[in-house]
Design a protein around this ligand. Structure first.
Ligand SMILES: Nc1ncnc2c1ncn2[C@@H]1O[C@H](COP(=O)(O)OP(=O)(O)OP(=O)(O)O)[C@@H](O)[C@H]1O
Ligand SMILES: [Mg+2]
Length: 145
């Protein structure tokens, strides 16, 4: 497990960039944390670390955003936000199950809502707001960044 404290959005993004180094085909990163805890911010860093140049936008309404990965670590980054879904079945109906079992890389916001579908080797990232601009970030499934 890795624990770190981020003092700014840039630092949270930098943590995401570090996490990206450990990702490859089929990796799943499950993010948990309240509104505004930095899940999208961290995902932007992961995308940067994967060499994605596109602007990452929150999938709050689209649920699943896809980005080709130019570095070739995997073919596609799936940025998923299940906040608006009501059940694991709804996620499965959108093809979510197939995506997280694919050879792409999946990063999932509000992942606790589909905890039953996450693979055993999922990297879990818990983000906690400790002060206005401070975030405690716990990464389970990695020994170091
Ligand atoms: N240390 C920090 N790390 C990340 N974000 C921070 C930090 N300090 C302040 N912020 C602010 O917190 C907000 C984080 O927003 P972000 O969209 O990443 O959260 P989120 O967890 O994805 O929220 P949501 O649940 O709505 O999807 C931004 O407004 C950002 O500027
Ligand atoms: Mg978000």
């Amino acid at each position: 497990m890795v624990e770190l404290i981020s003092g700014s959005p840039d630092e949270t993004s930098a943590a995401g960039k570090q996490i990206a180094k450990h990702l490859g085909s089929g990796s799943v990163v499950a993010l948990q944390g309240t509104l505004g805890s930095g899940k999208t911010c961290l995902t932007k860093g992961i995308a940067l670390g994967l060499g994605i140049k596109e602007n990452i936008t929150s999938p709050t309404y689209t649920i699943i955003n896809e980005y080709p990965i130019p570095s070739g670590k995997a073919d596609t980054l799936y940025h998923i936000d299940v906040y608006r879904l009501n059940s694991e079945k709804e996620f499965d109906d959108l093809g979510g199950q197939e995506i997280i079992n694919s050879n792409g890389i999946s990063v999932i916001e509000w992942s606790e809502r589909i905890s039953g579908l996450l693979p055993d080797n999922t990297i879990m990232v818990l983000l906690e707001i400790t002060e206005v601009s401070l975030r405690r970030i716990l990464i389970q499934g990695l020994d170091k960044l």
